[in-house]
Design a binder for this molecule. Structure first.
Ligand SMILES: Nc1ncnc2c1ncn2[C@@H]1O[C@H](COP(=O)(O)OP(=O)(O)OP(=O)(O)O)[C@@H](O)[C@H]1O
Length: 623
């Protein structure tokens, strides 16, 4: 087969107003003369019933155009997304576990064709991974970018990557991933909520810890999903259901509190208290307590909206320019249910719902940036996303040791990973435009990795066990770094993808051998990247220590200055002992010199680390 006709395909489809079908055409389908060779899948996809092996693109365009007419009484299903069921039915879920939900007329969810159609948390798994595609925006359409992401049946999402061969011919590399659920660009927040967070609300009243992450590149729709417009984001929708349940008599001994904080460069800032820095500390029972974090009582969804507005405002109007960009920090909004103690005393936490709007996933790749602050942010984001994946894995596989100390993000979420009644939902948001292809693939690979390790997947568990050896309480940095693709700082390599095969079947592709069988250059580069990222983490820790040492030095100096003033006052008294004055002053000056020298020594060591980091960054960029 030839692909010479393929270069014109896009312009033909574009001219016919059908450019969105372009990703569906693999180059192999086009003959020299512009005829298509259609597979059985294509027949199904386009609803072609006449068994004719060859069909001209023109004929196909006519067919597709006919299908697009709203008035057409055709029984042909829509060709690209939402095949089979009309869209409104596609995401509607009647959740048998939520009797308060009300609308019993809703049709059942579209079958995925897999045995377990019930939510995964009902079928035993503690994690559920879904993908949400956002619509193309005006800018992307204005730039004539193509929508390369299609949402297929059976919860499969496909990315049609445009590639060029060495002989400069173009072709499409199609990557397919299957998730628990995939939402297309027309799906409203309410449906995403109904299929992800809502079925877990009641478990929070039963002592559960539920965590809902929005993951994806900057601008892919994380905030849109979490916040929505007014109160139709996941935060607000969950709030509505929580308060509705709180009004029921069996829960009248409970009340809700909210807190909102962000993690920037491994440091915590309270978004409901002027972005004050707060600390995550481990108490004597190994619980993580966020010391100084403000919690506010919430009695209605309006309180939730007000808290979110205040927090978002604090996020975008922060005093430092660096962390003013929300895509560089993780935002954590928590609704905690507590028993109401007498006179406000003796409160006990019943359950907690945590929503996390994660930092832009592509920021983790910023470890090669020329600006040190950006490199630091990138390294911390990378570290936290890797640690998060490790913790979700450990939780789902019920490992005894949870590597929550791998980052502040996992540390503050410790209680959401341990215990029987913990559930996690990850919403991987993707942008549809061709310019975001690499980031979209990275997002899907990361999410795929989280999903792949769901409990019960014996084959994968075996792979992991082989790679891991004994379980440790620290994240396997070496393993993680080795698993990085050539662009090391990307959050996730293609451990396993689902690719198209000739027969059109979705096939699983194990790339596990590649993880451990890199070439020498790759290994060297991995090693360098790992050392570099470790150095960045160390610098961040040392920065805190240095600032603390400097503060201590200033306080000590003030003490010494006070003593000097005392000496001055004494020496100015008539008949003062000048020998004692000189002796004591000398002592004080020596102490001051010692303090300054000590601080300077620390400063020089810190400076050396910064220089080393700069050199490493340059070396990595040259490679
Ligand atoms: N499903 C959707 N439907 C309609 N518009 C959407 C959807 N998802 C995102 N958008 C729009 O796309 C833009 C980017 O979305 P959003 O700000 O949520 O991205 P983000 O991933 O949170 O980015 P950042 O990491 O910068 O915070 C916004 O203008 C938003 O309104």
């Amino acid at each position: 087969m030839s692909n010479s006709g393929n270069s014109n395909v896009f312009s033909w489809l574009n001219a016919a107003g059908l450019s969105k079908y372009y990703p569906a055409f693999a180059s192999e389908n086009i003959d020299d003369d512009g005829f298509l060779r259609l597979t059985i899948q294509d027949y199904n996809r386009f609803g072609i019933t006449a068994i004719n092996e060859r069909k001209s693109l023109f004929q196909l365009i006519q067919l597709l155009k006919t299908q697009q007419q709203p008035s057409t009484q055709s029984s042909i299903p829509p060709p690209v997304s939402g095949q089979g069921a009309p869209h409104s039915a596609k995401y509607d879920v009647v959740d048998p576990y939520m009797p308060h939900q009300g609308d019993s007329k809703r049709p059942p969810p579209k079958s995925s064709g897999r045995p377990a159609d019930a939510p995964s948390y009902v079928t035993g798994s503690k994690i559920r991974v879904v993908v949400r595609k956002r619509p193309m925006n005006k800018k992307e359409l204005g730039n004539h970018e193509i929508d390369i992401v299609t949402v297929d049946t059976d919860d499969v999402v496909s990315v049609h990557e445009q590639k060029v061969r060495v002989d400069l011919t173009k072709y499409i590399d199609r990557h397919r991933f299957r998730f628990d659920q995939v939402f297309d660009e027309d799906c409203p927040n309410e449906d995403v909520y109904r299929c992800t967070a809502q079925p877990l609300i009641e478990s929070v009243f039963q002592g559960g810890r539920v965590t809902c992450f929005a993951y994806g590149q900057t601008g892919s729709g994380k905030t849109f999903t979490m916040m929505g417009k007014k109160d139709n984001g996941l935060y607000g929708l969950a709030g509505k259901d929580i308060f509705q349940l709180l009004r029921q008599p069996q829960y009248n001994h409970m009340h809700a509190t909210v807190s909102f904080f962000e993690i920037y460069c491994d440091r915590l800032f309270d978004l409901l208290n002027n972005r004050k820095r707060v600390e995550a500390l481990e108490d004597h029972s190994s619980n993580i307590v966020i010391h100084g974090l403000k919690e506010f009582d919430a009695t209605s969804v309006n309180d939730i909206i007000a808290a979110i507005d205040a927090g978002q405002n604090a996020r975008s109007t922060g005093t430092t320019s660096a962390n003013a960009d929300s895509s560089r920090s993780h935002a954590i909004f928590q609704i905690t249910l507590k028993t109401t103690g007498k006179g406000g005393r003796g409160e006990k936490v019943v359950g907690k719902f945590s929503f996390i709007d994660l930092a832009g996933s592509e920021r983790g790749a910023d470890t090669r940036n020329s600006d040190r602050q950006t490199r630091m942010e990138g390294a911390e984001i990378n570290k936290s996303l890797l640690a998060l994946k490790e913790c979700i894995r450990a939780m789902d596989q019920q490992h005894n040791h949870l590597p929550f100390r791998g980052s502040k993000l996992t540390m503050v979420l410790k209680d959401s990973f341990v215990g029987e009644n913990c559930h996690t939902v990850m919403i991987a948001n993707v942008s549809p435009n061709s310019g975001s292809c690499e980031n979209t693939l990275n997002t899907l690979r990361y999410a795929d990795r989280v999903k792949e390790l769901k409990q019960g997947d014996d084959k994968v568990n075996r792979l992991i066990d082989r790679a891991r050896g004994p379980v440790s309480t620290k994240p396997k940095k070496q393993l993680v770094a080795k698993a990085q693709p050539k662009r090391l700082a990307q959050p996730k390599p293609a451990w396993r993808g689902v690719n198209d095969d000739d027969d059109g079947m979705v096939k699983e592709e194990d790339n596990d051998d590649d993880e451990y069988d890199n070439g020498g250059d790759d290994e060297q580069e991995d090693e360098l990247a790992r050392t570099h990222e470790e150095l960045i983490t160390r610098i961040l820790d040392e920065e805190d220590e240095f600032i603390a040492a400097h503060r201590q030095e200033v306080e000590d100096m003030m003490e010494l200055v006070k003593k000097e003033m005392q000496l001055l006052a004494e020496v100015e008294e008539p008949g003062s002992d000048v020998d004692a004055y000189v002796k004591n002053l000398d002592k004080l000056l020596l102490q001051k010199i010692a303090k300054i020298e000590q601080l300077r020594k620390t400063l020089i060591a810190f400076q050396d680390e910064l220089k080393m980091e700069e050199t490493m960054s340059k070396t990595r960029n040259k490679r």
